[in-house]
Design a protein around this ligand. Structure first.
Ligand code: CS2
Length: 470
């Protein structure tokens, strides 16, 4: 047990096997990460920790939380240290992660956050801010100037609060100071995430200063990534397992599964940690990996989350022991796999079987309600684009129609047993207003017009199938 019983000092930690294999203070920060939520702490920060142990380098992470103070308060009180617990068939295994140096809350310390971004020692700016934080118009590959953060930031670009505005202003200041650009590393579940963020950043910069946009285009890089590790929100159980395993109270501990995957396009402007020593895979083209994961894992996740939540399955593991739902999960993965091109070294049915085992993990309390949030941001890449491919290849459309019908039903805000819930979607006010009175699937598709690709809007069979399922 440590001096104060609260994780804050590596010398308090016992057994030594939990310790990182390096001395944190001997490594400076070289990465700024936006959004140090549970996923980042279970994934990229853990890879960085292992890479520091294997190969060293000045690659610790300065994290910026855009709004929330909770993570910053917990982490800073522990000198950035936290326990990562892997839970699965092996039981529970803990390790202390020391790769995060500190957390800055943007809303309180905007100048500090900006100086970390502008510091020439910062060579990578990475982010996990969720799909909705970018405000990028994905159909036209440009910044959505109506998105609240972008609209405010375009008016006042030297005091940004949104992700794109922050990237552009910090790159502008670096250019003025004669410092090199950084690599922008998007780690959110979006297709071609690097390409997308690059389009948003260049468009935003061009509206302020076309020469700045050219400089960014010539000097910054935007590798795409595929990230994967199922990470539920921490619960009281997480805190108590942590205390059992480490003897320390840790308010920033995270639980996750044993499995972890990170596929990265090898295109860094300014160096990078030795992440491959921690198991990351560097490739030329991430897109096929991203597509596989978005369509098979995330697509099935969304479908099972809507159905499961409506049927009172609180956790994914409950869905996987439900009388009917596992069959639909398997069917969905098979249909999603059929929309993918062959990918060397990967057998999609083995991948699907592994996903089923991961979903069944009895130790993980992964809430269906957590996955079901932000449907309008998730549907296109997870369900609608594969549906378009299936339609064009004359493959089975029904599993995708089923998943979309489940989402439409979920939008009604009432479980099968009559419990009301909050939709938690950035377009929830619009959905509530428009769906009130909508009678049929084609009404819904028409009312949420911009969400659905043209080819699906025009396809009668797609609409009739959804109708029938509803
Ligand atoms: C989930 C993902 O919440 C969700 O929408 O589908 O967070 C999923 O758990 C991760 O992408 C797994 O890597």
């Amino acid at each position: 047990m440590g001096k104060h019983g609260r994780l804050s000092d590596l010398s308090d930690i016992n057994p030594a096997a939990l310790l990182p294999g390096y001395v944190p203070d001997q490594h400076k920060s070289g990465i700024v990460h936006l959004g140090p939520g549970a996923f980042h702490r279970a994934h990229q920060a853990a890879y960085t920790d292992a890479a520091l142990a294997a190969s060293g380098g000045d690659w610790r992470i300065t994290a910026i939380s855009l709004r929330s103070r909770q993570v910053a308060d917990a982490m800073n009180a522990q000198n950035g240290l936290y326990t990562l617990i892997e839970r699965g068939t092996i039981g529970a295994k803990a390790r202390v992660i020391a790769s995060i140096e500190r957390v800055i809350v943007m809303a309180d310390h905007a100048a500090q956050a900006m100086s970390a971004l502008v510091d020439p020692a910062t060579r990578i700016v990475s982010m996990t801010v969720t799909e909705k934080a970018y405000g990028i118009d994905r159909q036209n590959n440009c910044v959505d100037s109506d998105h609240p953060a972008n609209a405010a930031d375009l008016k006042s670009p030297s005091h940004p609060t949104g992700v794109i505005g922050l990237l552009v202003e910090s790159l502008r200041q670096r250019r003025t100071a004669g410092s090199p650009a950084f690599t922008v590393l998007c780690c959110d579940n979006l297709p071609d995430n690097g390409v997308l963020v690059k389009a948003g950043v260049l468009d935003f910069a061009r509206r302020i200063d076309p020469e700045l946009a050219d400089w960014i285009g010539d000097n910054a890089t935007f590798p795409s990534t595929m990230v994967d590790r199922i990470t539920p929100a921490s619960s009281f159980e997480t805190y108590s397992i942590c205390q059992e395993l480490t003897g320390q109270e840790d308010r920033a501990c995270i639980e996750t599964e044993e499995f972890s995957q990170w596929v990265i396009e090898d295109n860094f402007a300014n160096g990078r940690p030795d992440w491959e020593s921690a198991g990351a895979l560097f490739v030329k083209d991430v897109a096929p990996f991203e597509k596989m994961k978005l369509r098979m894992l995330n697509g099935a996740h969304s479908m099972l989350a809507y159905c499961g939540y409506l049927a009172d399955c609180t956790y994914v593991r409950d869905v996987m022991t439900h009388q009917h739902l596992p069959v639909l999960v398997a069917r969905h993965m098979k249909a999603a796999a059929a929309t993918l091109q062959p990918l060397g070294g990967i057998d999609y049915s083995d991948y699907g079987a592994q996903l089923v085992e991961r979903f069944k993990n009895p130790a993980l309390a992964h809430e269906t309600y957590q996955i079901a949030m932000d449907g309008t941001e998730k549907l296109p890449q997870r369900l609608l684009l594969p549906a378009v491919d299936a339609l064009q290849a004359k493959q089975d459309l029904r599993p995708f129609a089923f998943a979309v019908a489940a989402w439409m039903r979920y939008c009604q805000g009432l479980t099968d047993s009559g419990v009301e819930y909050d939709l938690r979607d950035p377009r929830q006010a619009e959905i509530a207003a428009k769906l009130n009175g909508a009678q049929t699937a084609s009404d819904i598709i028409r009312l949420l017009n911009d969400l659905f690709p043209e080819i699906l809007k025009d396809d009668l069979q797609w609409q009739e199938t959804i109708e029938e399922i509803l």
